[in-house]
Design a protein around this ligand. Structure first.
Ligand code: HAM
Length: 457
């Protein structure tokens, strides 16, 4: 796994050092990882960006359960898809019911749309989510067994302008995250059910007699879902695909017009795209527009995000026919892309002050002082263990605090405190009652971290 893309690189390095080369007895299972503080900065930043963009566009957040009845995913994503056929974490509960950890959110959200009568709300219903998904995928760089997705769904309307708008929202988010320029939009129209069925027959005819060139996996696809051959990773199939019938010869007039209109809007919005006739996506619920964002240098293997229209899914899950479109991006892949692009995440986590003390009386004074500093918006840490001043200052240095407040035996007696500027090494003694005021002066009011519970969420 590429170091840059590996999320728990710091933990592993630190683990190695502290365990002196010994393998710790317990490790995460293959394909899953801890999200360490260093990467939480990225996660928090992404959440902030997507919340902002979604709020601007009127989306509301939704969270569906971590697991659903297996049938929800089987019916939506399709029996022959990789996800359903080999990647689901499926288990039985104590009453023998088959449940599955969510491998993606769209099916669950459509289930929720139907279950909660959302068709009664003004349409379209615009929802977004940030949550973990589970797929028994083959772990490699950017491919995990638990990964996080941000995604959104627009349910209840069909119009090429909505497709363009969904793509624009994704593009704006990538822009805010500093990765839009390194991603290229791939787009295709896979038509309606009827034209896809005719095309699937044409593909079957073309491959009839060529089965011996296909891998076992692709032979299975030919039998069950020939369209998936188009996105095969097997070399022989890729070569055969070049001369296979093209969908553009089978697409209905309506779908072609729909597609042309989407492309026209994208052009008007200044969004560059590559038309990709082999883009079919790995989930069966799509129709018409499908799209993905690829890192130009990495191609399909590492699609950072993708989505499309799924006008038939609501009906498939037992609701009224309801058109919809959506998109999801893998947060780990976004973070890897941000790291490759050397995007720096603004963090508010840096501490302002470290409080060091010596002696029990000093400690007694420091406890309420630390609380007061924090109440005033000063991000404060105190090492209240034993340890000489020198050692405490060493710790303060490691936390890179700009200021230290020191209270020892003399300061307790004289009711004072020392404020030390850690960068230049100068220090002043101030009356204890003035410590907060003096620290605020140095930090600057504009940099204080004051939380007002009345602030809008
Ligand atoms: P998907 O293409 O299966 O689509 O997944 C969306 C994104 O999730 C991918 O582009 C990728 O960034 C990330 N992803 C997928 N699998 C993994 C993995 N094993 N490890 C890390 N990241 C991964 C969907 O899930 C659809 N529900 C998207 C959608 C929403 N379509 C309509 N609405």
């Amino acid at each position: 796994m590429n170091q840059e893309e590996q999320l728990n690189v710091v933990a592993e390095e630190e683990g190695d050092a502290s365990n002196e080369g010994r393998v710790p007895p317990f490790q995460t299972p293959k394909g899953v990882h801890d999200i360490l503080p260093i990467d939480h900065d990225f996660f928090t930043f992404i959440k902030k960006v997507v919340r902002h963009r979604c709020r601007q566009a009127g989306y509301k957040r939704i969270t569906t359960p971590m697991f659903e009845f297996t049938e929800v995913f089987k019916r939506s994503i399709g029996d022959t898809s990789d996800i359903v056929s080999k990647e689901m974490y499926t288990f039985q509960d104590r009453k023998g019911r088959s449940l599955t950890l969510k491998p993606e959110a769209t099916a669950a959200i459509v289930r929720s749309y139907i279950q909660n009568n959302m068709s009664q709300l003004p349409q379209p219903v615009e929802l977004y989510y940030i949550e973990p998904n589970f797929r028994y995928d083959r772990p490699q760089a950017g491919r995990y067994r638990q990964f996080w997705q941000f995604g959104f769904e627009v349910i209840g309307e069909s119009d090429p302008a909505l497709d363009a708008q969904a793509i624009l929202l994704a593009q704006r988010i990538f822009g805010d995250l500093g990765i839009a320029d390194s991603l290229k939009l791939q787009i295709n129209n896979i038509g309606d059910m009827a034209s896809r069925a005719v095309y699937a027959e044409a593909l079957k005819d073309y491959y009839c007699g060529k089965e011996r060139y296909l891998s076992e996996e692709d032979r299975g696809r030919l039998l069950k879902n020939p369209l998936r051959l188009l996105d095969s990773k097997h070399e022989d199939t890729i070569i055969l695909n070049q001369s296979a019938p093209k969908f553009k010869d089978y697409i209905s007039k309506e779908s072609q017009e729909f597609h042309d209109e989407v492309l026209e809007y994208l052009t008007d919005l200044g969004i560059g795209y590559t038309e990709n006739p082999t883009l079919v996506r790995g989930l069966d619920y799509y129709n018409q527009t499908v799209f993905e964002f690829w890192d130009e240098k990495k191609g399909a293997q590492n699609s950072v995000g993708g989505g499309g229209r799924y006008d038939g899914l609501t009906e498939l899950l037992g609701g009224q026919p309801t058109p919809a479109i959506g998109f999801a991006m893998g947060m780990e892949r976004v973070i890897a892309q941000m790291k490759r692009n050397k995007v720096r995440v603004p963090s508010k986590d840096d501490l302002h002050v470290f409080v060091a003390q010596l002696g029990r009386e000093a400690k007694k004074i420091c406890l309420p002082l630390i609380d007061q500093l924090r109440e005033n918006g000063i991000k404060t840490m105190g090492a209240l263990g034993k340890g000489a001043f020198k050692n405490q200052l060493k710790i303060a240095d490691k936390f890179k605090v700009p200021y230290c407040v020191l209270i020892g035996l003399t300061e307790v007696r004289e009711k004072t405190a020392i404020i030390r500027n850690m960068k230049v090494g100068t220090q002043v003694t101030v009356p204890f009652s003035k410590v907060v005021e003096e620290v605020v002066k140095r930090i600057g009011k504009e940099n204080l971290d004051v939380y007002d519970p009345k602030d809008p969420i």
